[in-house]
Write a protein that binds this ligand. Structure first.
Ligand code: NAG
Ligand code: NAG
Ligand code: NAG
Ligand code: NAG
Ligand code: NAG
Ligand code: NAG
Ligand code: NAG
Ligand code: NAG
Ligand code: NAG
Ligand code: NAG
Length: 362
């Protein structure tokens, strides 16, 4: 009897020890050996991910000491508390790496804002190389490396294997080389900004863009799309797109075949379209006539649009900002009068004949 009880207690004790050991494994802060962890005593960072981030830091020159919280010292161990890093509070995996503009010190981002031109920027970071260890961050959903000067180095291919990414911002990062069409692998992407880099001409939109069917935001400004006559057809395959910016891309006037165009499902939700400084002609209006009422902001300034404004414009009843300056529009401008009645339209730009004609009609 007594022996049975002891055996039973023994088992219980062993089970208890097992549970405690497991707990310790799950939450190392329970261990007495661990001290001085900055996030309220709970160590969250996963070691493999910390090492990947430190390797990534090695590839940067940090002029402003922005990453002073990133280190190996005991009190810096929890990478989840580092500047620019966010971890899942469920799994502790790193889900955000944000070293872009928004994470930079105030003074620095202000100075950037005044110099929005790649040739004139004082960068916060110099990118020597992008450590391939970054692929250890399998759970990354948000990656913003905008405004890190990679000085024309080639964009690393491994970005295509960060398959959980929702948000990718590499704008103003001065990457060069081939256009990174492997972003076509990132099928969960909702936000993609690759504007203002030095990539080679984009030729095969078809091979990657239509894969990104969750995209709501796309900015490819300053990439040379002059060899992509199908750009509009490809953009139109993105069913959820709301914001489209293709500023200064050498866009040719789209090849619009009415049959393909009218079978398109796109453009239902477009609110913001910025196609400034391209080579568009009035055929762009055919597409816009399909966008229906969703458009709020439309900028077609500095293109090669000639002639009148089509009747279909009167369907764009939610427009608040319209810029047609720097084109050669004439005739039938009275079709825009309905916009004025809504008193929500701002005509920006100065070189606009459209503007002056409308002013006359006031
Ligand atoms: C504990 O962390 C603080 C900063 O949070 C640091 O100043 C201090 O030196 C650390 N103490 C030890 C023993 O590491
Ligand atoms: C985890 O984070 C989410 C949002 O990121 C928040 O709503 C939730 O309250 C957090 N849970 C805990 C336990 O902190
Ligand atoms: C770049 O800086 C130079 C002077 O350093 C200035 O003259 C030029 O206008 C700037 N260009 C842009 C696009 O800001
Ligand atoms: C950027 O690259 C050029 C050569 O392409 C080199 O001359 C220059 O020193 C580099 N700048 C930096 C800051 O590394
Ligand atoms: C997607 O990734 C696979 C392997 O990870 C690769 O073979 C393929 O070329 C990639 N596709 C694109 C479009 O990058
Ligand atoms: C874009 O590419 C085309 C065709 O290769 C070329 O003729 C044009 O000069 C390029 N535009 C710019 C701004 O580099
Ligand atoms: C448009 O959507 C319908 C169903 O919503 C689908 O059957 C059709 O194939 C789509 N058309 C195109 C051109 O993607
Ligand atoms: C998308 O466009 C709308 C309408 O112009 C604007 O209010 C919104 O801020 C834009 N979204 C982003 C992420 O820039
Ligand atoms: C555009 O709006 C009209 C009614 O205002 C509607 O009948 C039509 O289905 C809409 N088209 C699209 C592509 O949403
Ligand atoms: C603008 O269009 C008119 C005809 O509508 C044409 O006579 C004129 O040459 C055009 N101007 C430019 C700068 O293309």
């Amino acid at each position: 009897m007594e022996g049975d009880r002891i055996r039973c207690l023994n088992k219980l004790l062993r089970a208890l020890i097992l549970v405690l050991t497991l707990l310790q494994y799950v939450n190392p802060s329970l261990s007495l050996g661990f001290k001085n962890i900055s996030s309220g005593g709970v160590m969250r960072c996963i070691e493999r991910e910390r090492e990947a981030l430190l390797a990534f830091k090695q590839g940067l020159v940090d002029h402003y000491n922005i990453l002073s919280s990133w280190g190996r010292e005991v009190h810096k161990q929890d990478c989840c508390t580092w500047v620019g890093i966010h971890c899942s509070n469920r799994t502790n995996h790193v889900t955000q790496l944000n070293l872009g503009w928004s994470s930079s010190p105030e003074a620095y981002s202000q100075s950037l804002q005044q110099k929005r031109h790649p040739q004139n920027i004082t960068y916060g970071f110099q990118g020597k190389m992008m450590s391939p260890k970054l692929i250890e961050l399998h759970h990354l959903k948000y990656l913003d490396l905008s405004w890190i000067n990679f000085n024309g180095t080639r964009h690393p291919d491994f970005i295509g294997s960060l398959s959980n990414l929702r948000h990718l911002d590499l704008s103003f990062a001065s990457f060069g080389g081939r256009f990174p069409s492997q972003v076509g692998n990132l099928t969960h992407l909702q936000y993609l900004d690759l504007s203002f880099n030095y990539f080679a001409n984009v030729e095969n939109l078809n091979s990657w863009l239509p894969h990104l069917s969750s995209l709501t935001y796309l900015d490819l400004s300053w990439n040379n799309l002059s060899n992509a006559p199908d750009w509009l057809e490809m953009v139109s395959k993105l069913p959820k797109l709301t914001n489209l910016t293709l500023y200064q891309c050498g866009l040719p006037s789209p090849a619009i075949h009415s049959t393909t165009l009218f079978n398109m499902n796109s453009s239902k939700y477009l609110t913001h379209v910025d196609l400034r400084f391209n080579r568009l002609t009035s055929s762009i209006f055919v597409w816009l006539s399909k966008t229906n009422a969703s458009l709020v902001h439309l900028d077609l300034s500095s293109n090669q649009i000639e002639g009148g404004i089509p009747q279909s414009f009167s369907k764009l009843c939610n427009l608040q900002i319209l810029d047609l300056s720097g084109n050669n529009l004439s005739g039938q401008l009275s079709r825009l009068r309905f916009l004025r009645q809504h008193k929500r339209v701002h005509f920006t730009g100065t070189a606009s004949r459209a503007l002056s004609v409308l002013s006359f009609q006031k």
